[in-house]
Ligand binder design. Structure first.
Ligand code: NCD
Length: 354
């Protein structure tokens, strides 16, 4: 029944992301495919902004399976599907799924994919979403697999960065990107560095506390493609001269107690003082969120929130249109079918964008 191909476990062997295909890794994108997805995100922007009501996915059902905590990823995937006129079924956590009764990923996936036209899956184990894909009869979108990948986040991050740099009269090619924080367990940076590698001549300036360093294979992936990766001992040095700083939360849920208790993880990772020292008060500031706002969480402080480059909520807003574009691609809807199924909204709304 299915035209979906079973998925191998390594990004290197995955086919390009197109209609009827799973989205498991950013390695399924080259530059032109990436920009095609971004063009589709631009087409659906008026729909996300509630200027038009679209029914292109009328009758389609999303199966949303989140076995790890999530707010924005799950809700933005679900909102994206709803705003395209589809319907959503959802299950969160292991407790309320039959996995709590010992059901395998293979069985769960085959069963749930029989109820859905596309699945979004988040799971704490690296490689587990690929296993879901291998047993699904519909396309599976990776919503994050442990410390592995988070492709939709990298897509929305890159979309945001491209637009922010273009607004400043430049672009991603030859940019200097500071990547700081927990680079070992933070899957969003793994996907982001790999995806940005489709551009040219980037310089990644990285900083992480001891034992949370970027996995060598990710740095190698970038250098193999002609980019530079430089590690710094302090966050200030990593930010100096960069066009953007991408910060990540310490992924305490994935690390040993010794690392979590280490003295290196105190205070803030980035605050106003750090940016002043780096002479970077106007830098583009990105973060996948959530921001850990507890004391000594070693994250991005909210004392930077009034700075002009703060882009963290632009990222979350862009998550909606990029995820709409992902569904449209997976389910084979062209920009023309989107336009043909969009009408002016018949109800009134107070719009943030107008
Ligand atoms: C990230 C994740 O789940 O990997 N969150 C997200 O999806 N925006 C980052 C995190 O949890 O720190």
């Amino acid at each position: 029944m299915s035209h979906v191909q079973s998925a191998p476990h390594h990004g290197d062997h995955l086919p390009p992301f197109e209609t009827g295909r799973h989205l498991l890794s950013v390695q399924q994108f080259d530059r032109s495919r990436l920009h095609e997805l971004f063009a589709l995100a631009d087409v659906v922007t008026p729909i996300a902004q509630r200027r038009g009501v679209c029914t292109v996915l009328d009758g389609a059902v999303l199966g949303s399976l989140f076995f790890e905590p999530s707010t924005r990823t799950r809700l933005s995937f679900e909102s994206a599907f709803l705003r395209l006129g589809g319907e959503v079924t959802t299950t969160t956590g292991f407790t309320f799924s039959s996995m709590a009764k010992g059901e395998s990923i293979a069985d769960t996936s085959r069963v749930v994919s029989g109820y859905s036209d596309v699945l979004v899956v988040r799971h704490p184990d690296e490689g587990s979403v690929a296993e879901f894909a291998a047993h699904s009869v519909v396309p599976v979108i990776n919503g994050g697999d442990g410390a592995g990948e988070h492709p939709s986040q990298a897509l929305l991050d890159t979309y945001t960065l491209k637009r922010e740099l273009e607004a400043r009269g430049t672009g991603i090619d030859h940019a200097t990107v500071a990547v700081v924080g927990d680079l070992k367990y933070g899957r969003t940076v793994h996907s982001l560095i790999k995806l940005l590698a489709v551009y040219e001549g980037l310089h990644f300036q990285v900083f992480s506390p001891p034992s949370l360093e970027l996995p060598p294979e990710i740095a190698h992936y970038a250098t193999l493609r002609g980019h530079r990766v430089t590690e710094y001992d302090t966050v200030v040095e990593a930010i100096c001269g960069a066009d953007v700083v991408y910060a990540t939360r310490v992924q305490r849920e994935r690390m040993t107690e010794e690392v979590a208790a280490s003295g290196a993880l105190q205070g803030n990772l980035i605050d106003r003082r750090v940016l002043m020292e780096a002479d970077a008060l106007d830098i583009i500031i990105m973060h996948p969120l959530p921001r850990d706002s507890r004391a000594d969480a070693f994250d991005l402080s909210n004392d930077v929130d009034d700075l002009p480059g703060l882009s963290i909520f632009t990222q979350t807003d862009n998550g909606l249109v990029v995820r709409m574009a992902i569904f449209l691609t997976a389910l084979g809807c062209s920009p023309d079918t989107v336009r043909a199924t969009t009408k002016q909204r018949p109800w009134d709304a107070t719009l943030r964008w107008e």
